[in-house]
Design a protein around this ligand. Structure first.
Ligand code: OXD
Ligand code: MN
Length: 597
């Protein structure tokens, strides 16, 4: 059986790459699919797979007048988010995975998962999906191959990555590719594992169909394996959007920004400046992931390894993100949103009236006024970045863009002020390391509790978090022109629990201050936390309907809150043990001294 499949795999294969052929044959011998299909990324292939997915009920076609080229997918209700407790870093030593990751010994993990994968594709097709993370031909670009038994995964990978023949051509005969194996299995949470083997550049994912667990190029390769490779090779793989902001004078500044999942990265990356900002333009390079490496001119260059957006749907509307609304108006796959009687999609927070009747995300009838959500809070769109009206031309540039500022932002209802600038790189790394955020629906678990989320990488760092922070500190030696580092918090609430800062397009005001600081144009005021906008020459608040007290509240620094914040940071640093970088411990002592002084 195994040798027949090996022969079948190599006969049909559009490649002679011996390592790839041997690996596909070996995985096929284990999983025993009925058929092996090599994906070429063509239009014809997309049509064929879409028709098949509609036939087998995986996709529901939407009204072509209202949403041309769009489909709805309903996942198993037990499979709607990333599963951090079932995600493992499988390094030979437990300490290499560190205290913030689940760990399994590699051989034990291979053995355990082999039992699940054994024969799991009987009666199914194994798709071989070659893909590139990054613009084709770029020096930073990496190749992966995902083997999957899900046509939904193939159709999503086709949007999210540069997939098919072009990726295979870029790989040629090289053995330098990520080996990804995925099966939806029986979608049983008790038999669900997302395992990463950084030393083997390998990912095995079993028992889920949810994007973050199964689109292996995204969180698994671009962040977990990517961060491991970044440390080995001297670059950074980060959970960051990348945007370009162009002033009326035509000067473009590129900025990378880390926010935890479902905290508005996509909105920020596609923001439309308010009317007071005529002549300013924001363009998106990426909305979720940045790969950054020092360039020949001494600056830090970033690429977006992805080709599409896998964004949170609820809350998206023409006020919060008009460009996303345009982006998802065609050729988009929706997962777990509600269906309207006329074949369109609906979600909480969409513009217009709430429909009287819907089919909810689980396929059940839903009536206006119901206490149940019609769309799942973590329902998603998968849309090609080429749909984005403000896509930067640089999104396809293999060189990437030079980053002038890095922003760290969390979701904090108190404590963290609207914006501040770090005193220097080391202090900036401290700000990133001590990020905290209130949890969201993007991962299973309780929503709304503060957890430490260094650089928004807690669920995505593929090695010891202490080593990761040290790598960030070390990077300053290889970047002569360091980006400036900032911290922001759009989510501060007043005593009635209302957001103080209006956010969305109005975040342009904070962005302008950041650009002005980077260009050395505005003076600033020193505080114990960092530099903040001065009241006289600070944030431009013209035309903003916000009282002076509210601005003061959004930007205030309360010493008692900072004393408890420091305690919570201490618990995190203690977790890192001896791997907590010395330079960060010194930053902590300096902050305590400033607070006590
Ligand atoms: C995502 C996430 O899907 O961070 O981007 O969960
Ligand atoms: Mn993300």
């Amino acid at each position: 059986m195994a040798s027949t499949q090996a022969a079948a795999a190599s006969e049909q294969a559009p490649t002679k790459n011996p390592t790839l052929l041997a690996w596909v044959a070996k995985m096929a011998a284990m999983t025993q699919p009925d058929r092996i299909v090599w994906c070429d990324g063509s239009e014809a292939e997309k049509q064929r797979l879409t028709e098949q997915a509609v036939k087998d009920g995986t996709l529901i076609p939407l009204n072509p007048q209202k949403r041309p080229g769009c489909y709805l997918h309903r996942s198993n209700p037990n499979d709607v988010a990333r599963v951090e407790h079932l995600t493992f870093i499988c390094t030979p030593n437990k300490t290499d995975a560190g205290p913030t990751n689940n760990w399994m010994e590699p051989e034990a993990a291979y053995t355990k998962l082999s039992q699940l994968f054994e024969g799991c594709m009987k009666g199914r097709t194994m798709y071989v999906v070659p893909y590139a993370m990054g613009p084709l031909g770029g020096a930073s670009t990496k190749i992966g191959v995902e083997l999957t038994d899900s046509d939904y995964v193939v159709l999503n990978m086709r949007i999210m990555t540069r997939m098919g023949k072009a990726a295979l051509d870029m790989l040629g005969d090289s053995d330098d590719f990520n080996r990804g194996l995925h099966s939806t299995g029986d979608v049983n949470p008790d038999r669900r594992y997302i395992c990463h083997f950084p030393q083997d550049n390998t990912i095995w994912s079993f028992g889920s169909g949810y994007g973050g667990n199964v689109l292996l190029g995204k969180k698994c390769l671009a962040l977990r394996i990517g961060s491991y490779l970044g440390r080995e090779e001297g670059w950074l793989a980060e959970h960051m959007l990348i945007l370009g902001v162009t002033s009326p004078k035509g000067e473009t500044t590129y900025i990378a920004a880390a926010f935890p999942s479902a905290c508005g990265k996509t909105n920020f990356a596609m923001m439309i400046p308010p009317k007071e900002y005529q002549g300013w333009k924001i363009e998106t390079v990426g909305d979720d992931i940045a790969w950054m490496r020092p360039g020949p001119d001494g600056r830090l260059y970033a690429i977006n390894p992805e080709a599409g957006y896998f964004g949170v749907v609820p809350g998206t509307n023409y006020k919060t993100n008009p460009n996303a609304m345009e982006t998802i108006s065609k050729d988009t796959l929706f997962t777990n949103v509600a269906l309207t009687p006329d074949g369109d999609v609906w979600w909480e927070g969409k513009d217009g009236e709430v429909p009287e009747e819907l089919i909810d995300w689980q396929g059940k009838p839903w009536k206006k006024g119901s206490t149940e959500k019609a769309a799942h809070p973590n329902s998603r769109f998968t849309a090609p970045m080429s749909n984005n009206p403000v896509l930067s031309a640089k999104a396809n540039d293999p060189q990437g863009v030079p980053i002038s500022a890095i922003i760290f932002g969390g979701r904090r209802s108190n404590t963290v002020p609207l914006v501040l600038q770090a005193f220097n790189w080391t202090h900036g790394v401290f700000l990133g390391a001590t990020m905290g955020s209130e949890t969201t629906a993007a991962a299973t678990g309780k929503v709304g509790v503060v957890r430490r989320d260094p650089m928004a990488m807690l669920p995505f760092c593929g090695y010891h978090m202490g080593d990761y922070l040290q790598h960030w500190l070390d990077m300053q030696k290889s970047i002569p022109q360091l980006p400036k580092i900032f911290q922001v918090n759009w989510f501060r609430q007043d005593k009635n629990g209302k957001f103080i800062w209006p956010g969305y397009g109005e975040n342009m005001r904070v962005l302008e201050w950041i650009v002005n600081r980077v260009q050395g144009r505005v003076p600033t005021q020193e505080t114990l936390l960092g530099w903040v906008p001065r009241q006289d020459q600070g944030l431009n608040l013209k035309g903003l309907d916000l009282s002076e007290e509210a601005v003061l509240e959004a930007t205030s620094i309360k010493e008692d809150e900072w004393k408890s914040e420091l305690k919570s940071q201490e618990v995190f640093f203690e977790q890192l043990g001896t791997k907590a970088p010395e330079a960060l411990m010194l930053q902590r002592k300096l902050l305590i001294a400033r607070l006590d002084g």
